[in-house]
Ligand binder design. Structure first.
Ligand code: FAD
Length: 509
């Protein structure tokens, strides 16, 4: 039991009775405007403070109704509520606009208590009021400032959220509310903090100063392969506690103020510029590769008759050495020309190995391929793994590889009358392997061709036209250069699925 409890239970010592005179002096000198009225609000008594506040001396106001103080602008409904409470013998407290004797106005905070006699009848009213004009002015100022700040914060194109130490959002603005719908998450602030500062809950409770950060970027994938970029800043602000126990010792608590700016347009612009540059590089490399492959194919085919010539020379050598000699000269000259031709084959791109994220590579490929995909009416289902380990690779070669797979898929589906046009790109991985799947809803590749498709110069298009059918052999070469494997299978979409698998450590599978 506390000292306070002990004192509360101890019987009070008998106090000497208060005299009516003492009552009167106490009320007279109280620093609160006190009036006593009859049951109809006719004033019977006022104290000194009443005179100070209203300007009316007792002899000027006693006998008049309290309504003398009314400025006649207080709404009638307020008086109605007041009289209803008093009629029910309940005290009433409220604010009224009063007029002093000199005509000046003041806001009065008034409490009226009914005085009930032994028979339960209200005989009098005790009125106590004070001038709260200054308090009212301050309250209005604070309210106006709050409204102003809220309007400015709401009009800002940046989302704001203020979190208390438990992570509860105390304050937010319209832009923040929009994020809830746009990102389809219950509390965007928590979602962003989970991604940018996973230990934020413990940090906010134990070491708030360590939590601040500036302009960290988060990227959200949206349907159709489009992304949304948010730039997030978080700063700790000191909030004063409003609990009564901290009245004399203002104790603060940390608040986490988050500002989230949508920088999608800026990033989209940058991505577009990057995609255009990448498109140019890929187009150039594709052109060089086409020349490389065209020449290689020509050399490969030219070597066939030369091999026949070499056999003929061997046969003629004994029977007709002169013809054999002429043929040898022709063969040597042809070999020389072939060698010259071999030397003009443009070299492949020289790239160094860098640490890269295949999601980024595939995103670039999608960005570059978007116009073709749209033109062919192909619906893209882009499902990147939320987290994918980095791997060592040659960025341009890998982009070429996946662009070739996407191009193959587009070509397979973009044929007259082909109805189902869907392309699914999926990445998944763990600490050891990364798997990328490019699935289409095209006609697919027959089983018999699945292995042959990787042979150089193999084509299912008859070897005519632009494509000489070497795409997949090049793709396989790039995959092998990165220690990976590629397989063709039946796609869940009904067409072909190209499955590429790499080891994270870059070792061959
Ligand atoms: P009404 O409210 O219709 O008043 C008409 C008359 O009837 C007034 O004399 C009113 O007092 C009386 N009356 C109304 N309803 C009842 C009821 N249910 N029972 C008994 N009498 C009733 N008003 C202010 O504007 N400023 C003040 O500072 C103020 N102080 C007051 C202090 C006390 C102790 C009391 C009891 C009332 C006080 N009033 C005050 C209320 C005031 O008496 C009037 O009700 C109010 O000013 C409105 O008057 P009215 O003439 O516009 O209209």
């Amino acid at each position: 039991m506390t000292t306070h409890d002990l004192l509360a239970t101890r019987p009070a010592r008998q106090a000497p009775p208060l005299t009516p005179e003492l009552y009167r002096l106490a009320v007279d000198q109280a620093d609160l405007a006190v009036s006593i009225t009859d049951a109809k609000a006719k004033i019977l008594f006022v104290n000194e403070a009443f005179t100070r506040v209203t300007g009316y001396a007792p002899e000027e106001i006693v006998g008049r109704n309290e309504s003398t103080l009314s400025n006649r602008t207080t709404p009638a409904s307020l008086y109605k509520t007041m009289w209803e409470a008093l009629g029910a013998q309940r005290p009433w407290t409220g604010r009224l606009l009063n007029r002093r004797k000199d005509g000046s106005l003041y806001v009065s905070e008034l409490t009226i208590s009914p005085v009930v006699n032994a028979q339960g009848k209200t005989t009098h009213f005790l009125g106590m009021h004070r001038d709260v004009t200054e308090l009212h002015r301050l309250e209005r100022t604070v309210r106006n400032q709050k409204q102003l700040i809220e309007s400015v914060v709401d009009a800002a194109p940046i989302a704001f959220a203020l979190l208390d130490p438990t992570g509860r959002v105390l304050l937010d603005n319209q832009e923040y509310k929009k994020l809830v719908t746009d990102l389809a998450v219950a509390e965007p602030a928590h979602h962003l903090l989970d991604r940018l500062a996973p230990e934020w809950r413990a940090g906010l409770a134990d070491a708030p100063a360590s939590l601040g950060f500036n302009n960290l970027e988060v990227r959200f994938e949206r349907p159709g392969g489009r992304s949304r970029w948010l730039s997030v800043s978080a700063s700790i602000i000191d909030m004063q506690s409003d609990c009564a126990d901290s009245y004399f010792c203002a104790s603060g608590q940390p608040g986490l103020l988050m500002a989230v700016a949508d920088i999608s347009s800026l990033r989209e612009e940058q991505e577009r510029a990057k995609a255009a540059a990448l498109q140019a590089v890929l187009a150039e490399e594709e052109r060089a590769a086409a020349i490389r492959e065209g020449l290689s194919a020509a050399l490969f085919r030219l070597e066939e008759p030369m091999n026949v010539m070499a056999s003929a020379i061997a046969v003629l050598q004994r029977r007709d050495p002169a013809s054999a000699g002429m043929l040898r000269q022709a063969l040597d000259a042809s070999r020389e020309h072939l060698e010259t031709l071999r030397q003009v084959i443009p070299p492949g791109p020289q790239e160094i190995l860098v640490s890269l994220n295949l999601n980024e590579v595939l995103r670039d490929v999608l960005e570059v391929s978007t116009p073709r995909l749209l033109a062919a009416g192909i619906v893209v289902d882009w499902r990147p793994a939320a987290t994918l380990p980095a791997m060592l690779g040659r960025p341009l070669q890998l982009r070429m590889l996946f662009k070739a797979l996407v191009d193959n898929a587009i070509e397979a589906m973009n044929v007259k009358g082909w109805k189902r046009r869907e392309l699914a790109l999926t990445t998944c991985g763990d600490s050891e392997r990364i798997v990328v799947e490019v699935c289409d809803s095209g006609p697919g590749i027959p089983d018999a061709w699945r292995v042959k498709a990787f042979e150089p110069f193999f084509t299912v298009k008859g070897g005519t036209g632009r494509h000489i059918g070497t795409g997949l052999s090049r793709v396989q070469q790039v995959v092998a250069d990165h220690g990976g494997i590629i397989d063709l299978a039946e796609s869940p979409l009904g067409g072909c699925a190209a499955i590429v698998e790499f080891r994270v450590d870059g070792d061959p599978i």
